[in-house]
Structures are given as structure tokens and as C-alpha cells.
Ligand binder design. Structure first.
Ligand code: PLP
Length: 466
């Protein structure tokens, strides 16, 4: 499978090149030349596959430059670290189906992609006898999932910047208690935006980037999207025996448009009607739900909410969807994205009928999040994390779809204890991976927002030859 840029001016890449490149050279995002189609007989033959075997069936259709036996072991190693044997179990509560994506090492759905990406990087670096220094900024979940994806791996060092004292205690501890010698936590005296700007600045120094083999792990990496396609297909197959020939809809709490875009790819791959609609659920940062409901994609101010991993305005994966919306015309995408970078807005009303074929959307307020968590606790004895609650509430507003709705549970409630306690008066049960965090020693460097200082730190602690 070849990979092309959404902006159309770079030559095509192999899967391996696409994974190691991240962003295309023309500033676009990479997409497979074609989406493989799965016919109904093949789809049904997958009914009894384990999660890892299904992941292999799906991923191998997008990857032709890794031998099958190697890909199989990469996949099964990646999902062996999950605490549930089905990896992503479906829980049924009074007509609502909850797809629990939080059984990985850091208790958020990002583990599903980042456990795989960590192993994939290690495999490719060994094959090509080279090394990587990963640099990223995090507001919480991505950093810890990335650290747990690469900790202890050869040929990779990881440097994660987080804003000092501005992330939750659990999130901070999940990163700073990792003791492997290839992990470097840097708490910067500043905000998340400051940390992000530092990382961008360092990547902008092309000579430094090339000599230190800087790598990114953010959500634009195609391998992350691909790994997430799997659980959409897995849950379609498992929604329940007698319902398997019917369609399902998915409700997806959305920030960067990564997870829901994986759902869109799954929808394109599977036989017509398997996935009838994707419900896009936003918190008060509503740029994406506004887009689906009215074609208005214009930046607002970022607001802090109880679902911080969705406190995002410009969604980094949106350009991938735009490419399909614009009938795979890279010239139109390039023009639209240049306009967006200047004006901070796009009006896409002309595409409404196309958008509505695949999506519906809701914006969920903070009060609604608390009310939903409280009600699920009282009526169903099930504790939702605030991100999941956004998706559940959105699903409740679209009961007219006429198909079962699968709601993605993107984080374990114990990660967001304060909001859960506010809504329910109790705490979620703390899983073993969090229970002894308090007592573990931490390792973190506190630094000022000074790009030269941070680059000097990377020079001192980074890998510089294989
Ligand atoms: C990252 C994240 C999201 C949003 O996912 P996107 O791919 O950015 O849309 C939702 N919930 C949780 C818990 C997350 O960590």
C-alpha cells in the first residue's frame, strides 16, 4: 500500500516511510492510496477471531512492507499488556453498549495505538540500524500513553514536556514514576501552549532535528489511526449474536478528530450499512460539532472543561476528513488549509449533504456531563469518566437513528477522580496500576521555557548514534 499526502505535492511513501515521517513534506497528512473494501462474507468470517488476530487481518491490508509473521508478533506483543483478555470489551447497559477502551497500562484509549506504535518503532529502528529521540508536549493523557509505549525500549529515548503543576496529580505521577533510563520528563514553568511552542520550535531547527533523529508521536501518525480502526470492527462483530446483521452507530467523544476518523475509515471499509452513523460528541469546545451541524469550521477560544483531553480547537486530523469530503482533490484541500491558516475559519455549507451522510453531532455542557455521570451511577451502578459521559449524553440525543449505539469509553473514571466525586459523591474503584502510584519515587526535571536550555538537555541525554 502506498501513502499519499492530502495536499498532493509529495511523492508516494511506503507504510514504513509514512510511520517514520509523520507529517508529509508539503505540510499535508498521509493517507493510504485506497481504502480496502471488506465484503460481507469476509466480515462474517472474522466473527470468532481474537482481538489480535482481527487486528492482523485489518492492519495487513494497509501494510505490505513488514513480513506477516513479524507483524503478527508486533500486534500480539502490543495487546498482551492489556488487563482484559478481550482487550476492548463491550458492556451492555439497558440498550446502551459501552465499548471500554481503557484496559491498557495508562487507562486511556490512547494506549491502544501507542502500545503498538512503540513496538513498531523499535522494530523499524532495529531493522534499519538507527535510533530515535522522541519529543512531545502533553496536557496529560498522550504523554503518559507514549511513555508507557516506549519505556525500556532500545534505540529510543523519549522527552515529554508538561506544564509544571498544571496537569492532574494522577497524570503527572503516571509519567514521572516511570523509572526506565530512556524516559525523560520535563516540567516547564509555563502553560501547555508554551510547552507545545517549545516543541514546535525545536522541530523547526531542521539541522538539529536531522542530527538527533527527532521523532513525534502525536495523533497525526497514520499507525495510530490504523490501530484504532480495529476496535470499531471488533465491536461491530460482537455487538451481540442476533444483532450482527444489523447496523450500529458509534458515539465518539472527540478532540483532535483522530478516534472518530478511525471510525470513518472503518465505515468506508466495512460492507454498506454496517456502521450507519458516527455521532460526534464535543464538550464546550464545539468547533467540530458546529462543523457537522452547520458547516461552520471556525476557531474559538480554548475553554477548560472536565474532559481536558478534548479541550482542543484546531483538530489536527480534520484535514484527513476534508480530503474525502473534497472528493480526494488535493488542490482543493491545500487551498482550504491555507485559507484556514490565515483566517482561522472555513465555511463548508456546500458540503452539508455529504457530511450528513456519515455524521451527526452534539455539544455537551459541563452540567450535562455531571448529570450523566450521576444518573449512570444511580440507575446503573456504572461510573463514567467525564470524556465518556460526553459521548453517552450525545448518544441519548440521537435515539432516532434506529440502530444500536456503541459508545466509546475513552478513559477509566479513576483517572478523573475529582469530577467523578463531584458528580456521584463517591470515588471510582482504583485499579492496581494506579493504587501504588503515590508511594513510588518520581523523576522529573523542572525547567524554564527556554528553547536553548531544553535543546542542551536533549544533547546531554539524547541518543546520538546507534
Ligand atoms: C485523546 C482523548 C480523547 C479525544 O480523542 P481524539 O482522537 O483527539 O478525538 C477523548 N477522550 C480521552 C480520554 C482522550 O485521552
Amino acid at each position: 500500500m502506498q501513502y499519499l499526502s492530502t495536499r498532493g505535492t509529495t511523492s508516494s511513501l511506503s507504510f514504513t516511510q509514512a510511520v517514520l515521517t509523520g507529517l508529509a513534506e508539503d505540510g499535508g497528512l498521509l493517507l493510504p492510496r485506497a481504502i480496502p473494501r471488506i465484503d460481507r462474507a469476509t466480515f462474517e468470517s472474522w466473527q470468532d477471531l481474537s482481538y489480535s488476530d482481527l487486528a492482523f487481518e485489518i492492519m495487513s491490508r494497509f501494510i505490505d512492507d513488514i513480513p506477516n509473521s513479524d507483524l503478527k508478533s508486533l500486534i500480539s506483543d502490543s495487546y498482551a499488556s492489556f488487563s482484559h483478555n478481550e482487550v476492548t470489551p463491550l458492556v451492555h447497559i439497558d440498550g446502551i453498549h459501552i465499548l471500554e477502551l481503557f484496559h491498557g497500562p495508562t487507562l486511556a484509549f490512547k494506549d491502544i495505538a501507542l502500545q503498538f506504535l512503540g513496538n513498531l518503532f523499535t522494530y523499524l529502528l532495529k531493522r534499519d540500524d538507527t535510533f530515535l529521540n522522541i519529543i512531545g508536549a502533553t496536557s496529560g493523557d498522550t504523554g503518559s500513553a507514549a511513555i508507557h509505549g516506549v519505556k525500556g525500549k532500545e534505540r529510543i529515548n523519549i522527552f515529554i514536556l508538561h506544564p509544571h503543576n498544571r496537569i492532574s496529580e494522577v497524570q503527572e505521577k503516571q509519567m514521572t514514576t516511570v523509572s526506565d533510563s530512556n524516559v525523560f520528563n520535563i516540567a516547564v514553568n509555563g502553560t501547555f501552549d508554551d510547552a507545545q511552542a517549545l516543541v514546535k520550535g525545536i522541530f523547526g531547527d531542521v539541522e538539529f532535528k536531522n542530527s538527533y533523529h527527532l521523532g513525534a508521536i502525536n495523533s497525526i501518525n497514520w499507525a495510530r489511526i490504523l490501530a484504532q480502526v480495529v476496535y470499531y470492527v471488533f465491536s461491530c462483530l460482537h455487538i451481540s449474536g442476533h444483532e450482527k446483521h444489523r447496523a450500529a452507530a458509534f458515539s465518539v467523544p472527540t478532540g483532535n478528530f483522530g478516534d472518530i476518523f478511525a471510525g470513518y475509515i472503518a465505515k468506508k471499509m466495512l460492507p454498506e450499512g454496517c456502521i450507519s452513523k458516527l455521532i460526534l460528541a464535543s464538550n464546550s469546545n464545539d468547533i467540530l460539532s458546529r462543523f457537522v451541524n452547520s458547516g461552520d469550521y471556525s476557531l474559538g477560544e480554548v475553554m477548560s472543561t472536565s474532559s481536558p483531553s478534548m479541550d482542543i480547537q484546531a483538530a489536527s486530523n480534520f484535514e484527513r476528513y476534508l480530503y474525502y469530503l473534497m472528493d480526494c482533490e488535493p488542490d482543493l484541500v491545500r487551498e482550504a488549509m491555507l485559507k484556514f491558516s490565515v483566517d482561522g475559519k472555513l465555511y463548508l455549507q456546500d458540503y452539508m449533504s455529504h457530511i450528513k451522510r456519515d455524521f451527526v453531532a452534539s455539544t455537551i455542557s459541563e452540567e450535562e456531563v455531571l448529570e450523566t455521570i450521576s444518573r449512570y451511577h444511580k440507575e446503573h451502578h456504572y461510573i463514567l469518566d467525564p470524556h465518556t459521559a460526553v459521548g453517552i449524553r450525545a448518544a441519548e440525543q440521537h435515539q432516532d437513528l434506529g440502530v444500536p449505539v456503541i459508545c466509546l469509553a475513552t478513559a477509566h473514571p479513576a483517572k478523573f477522580g475529582a469530577t467523578v466525586e463531584k458528580a456521584t459523591g463517591t470515588q471510582a474503584e482504583v485499579p492496581p496500576v494506579l493504587s501504588d502510584l503515590e508511594d513510588r519515587p518520581t523523576r522529573c526535571e523542572i525547567m524554564d521555557c527556554d528553547r536553548n536550555d531544553i535543546m542542551a538537555y536533549i544533547v546531554q541525554h539524547g541518543i546520538s548514534k546507534s
